[in-house]
Design a protein around this ligand. Structure first.
Ligand SMILES: [Zn+2]
Length: 494
């Protein structure tokens, strides 16, 4: 059959530099049409210099209309990513082409098979990965900005517990505080505290940082958050805004990545910060594992059996949960409000495939190779031993070491320990992805990870939304319609 083909071309920023002007795309597409024996009857070209902006593409709309009208019986494009820029657009394209049975050929990737469930799944995975690449670029820029902000630039806002008002300085001296407050006075007209007040503030900030270190240690040793909280409240230690502590505030504060010298939020790591860690990284991670698991928090110890419970959402916005097994014994996800029930396995299968593709492709760059960290860890261990040796030396009356000598040596060592710890943090920008994305086989590492870990990774990389099956558009007899699972890769750190 000789097809009446429409050629679609799009120029956009996401491929600039790849030499993909409209003319080049069109020439390649025409050659492909000749090879296939198709007749090119129209060319549709959009100039779309901002990918994913959601801008309207008049020629693309025209293409879809011509497909629906039966004017075109086939589509040729340079690559599938020229045709659709987002999952939503892909679904629309699938719907239009599927209805009238129009095939799509691409110069770059051959036949874009949208007529089978498997083909559509592949198109979705490819689409999700392409979108993720484009967003990663934006993310990198944003992260650089954030880091610049963390580099001591005045950002205002509420002071984080344990840190001075610049959000960076730990255990500040009176002089450091004076400088910060002078700056605030110049910028915002704040009153500068007296030296006496600054002295008290310096003491308080030191006590706060010490409290974080102390509490982290004790909770890891088995003490409860509750007992730490009541001790703090008895001692008159308040939150940064002067409120008394409670369990959830304390837990939240103790899980801040900033305690380990990292930026990020809610136990999710963005990257290394410029400030020193209060708690070493291993301890902080152990604490996150102990206190931070969201499933444990909401369900008191019962571990979730389905990876997507309380993680995937229904189209109504409610999280889905395990929806019972029914007669066939297979687990299902169900909307809390009752909009939908969906077999869990095919949904998870699709999600896992996208996760694996993303892991293999992109995210290794977030994590330094583990081998690089060994020398730093060794260095840290050496410094700690030396610090103990110096203390022992000072304690030995025969050593002749004076108090001043000890203080100078010790301060230098402590400073070096802190920089090394910070450097270690910087290098091992861990996240739930460490040990998975950088594993020799990321797919295997992900599949064999605990369900909690998998949840964290999925949550880090994407949002998953289940939508209702449209009656009448259900592919012939197949039970699972992947079009009802919307996977949108996340900008990291939100
Ligand atoms: Zn719902």
């Amino acid at each position: 059959m000789t097809h009446r083909a429409g050629i679609y071309c799009r120029i956009s920023r996401d491929r600039i530099g790849a030499g993909l002007g409209i003319e080049r795309q069109e020439r390649d597409c025409r050659e492909l049409a000749d090879r296939l024996g198709w007749v090119t009857i129209d060319t549709y070209a959009d100039n779309d210099l901002s990918a994913y902006s959601g801008k309207r593409r008049p020629r693309y709309e025209r293409l879809l209309a011509d497909i629906e009208a039966g004017y075109l019986t086939a589509v040729i494009a340079w690559h599938a990513d020229r045709l659709h820029r987002s999952p939503v657009e892909l679904e629309r394209y699938i719907a239009v082409c599927d209805r009238v049975g129009v095939p799509t050929q691409t110069v770059r990737a051959g036949h874009l098979d949208l007529s089978t469930a498997n083909g559509r799944m592949n198109a979705r995975i490819t689409g999700a990965v392409a979108r993720h690449e484009s967003e990663q670029k934006g993310e990198r820029v944003r992260r650089q900005k954030q880091q610049a902000q963390a580099q001591g630039r005045w950002i205002g806002g509420r002071r984080p517990f344990g840190f001075a008002i610049d959000g960076v300085t730990l255990r500040p001296t009176v002089e450091q505080l004076q400088a910060m407050h002078d700056r605030a006075a110049a910028l915002y007209g704040d009153t500068v505290p007296t030296v006496d007040q600054l002295g008290k503030l310096a003491d308080r900030l030191t006590a706060e940082a010490d409290a974080i270190a102390d509490a982290s240690r004790r909770i890891l040793a088995g003490e409860s958050v509750r007992s730490v909280v009541s001790e703090w409240n008895r001692a008159g230690l308040t939150t940064a805004t002067g409120a008394p502590w409670d369990g959830s505030k304390a837990r939240q504060m103790l899980l801040r990545p900033r305690n380990a010298g990292l930026t990020g939020n809610r136990g999710r790591v963005l990257g290394p910060a410029v400030w020193d860690p209060i708690v070493d990284r291993d301890s902080w991670e152990a604490l996150v594992a102990l206190l931070g698991d969201p499933s444990r928090r909401t369900h008191r110890g019962t571990s979730l059996k389905l990876v997507g419970s309380f993680l995937y959402r229904c189209e109504c916005g409610e999280p889905v949960r395990s929806g019972g097994q029914r007669e066939d014994g297979k687990p299902r996800y169900a909307c809390a409000v009752g909009h939908l029930r969906r077999l869990a396995e095919p949904v998870d299968d699709l999600v896992f495939k996208v996760v694996e593709r993303l892991l293999v492709r992109d995210n290794v760059e977030l994590i330094a190779p583990a081998a690089d960290l060994a020398p730093l860890r060794d260095r840290l261990a050496t410094l700690r031993v030396r610090s103990e040796e110096i203390a022992a030396l000072f304690g030995d009356p025969d050593s002749g070491m004076t108090g001043t000598q000890f203080r100078v040596a010790n301060e230098r060592l402590q400073r070096e320990i802190r920089t090394t710890e910070a450097e270690l943090g910087r290098r091992s920008a861990s996240s739930a992805l460490a040990g998975i994305a950088d594993a020799p086989n990321p797919s295997l590492a992900f599949r064999s990870a605990s369900i909690d870990r998998q949840r964290t990774v999925i949550d880090l990389l994407m949002t998953v939304t289940l939508t209702r099956i449209e009656r009448g558009r259900r592919p012939g007899g197949s039970y699972f319609d992947p079009a009802t699972v919307e996977i949108v890769p996340k900008k990291q750190g939100e």
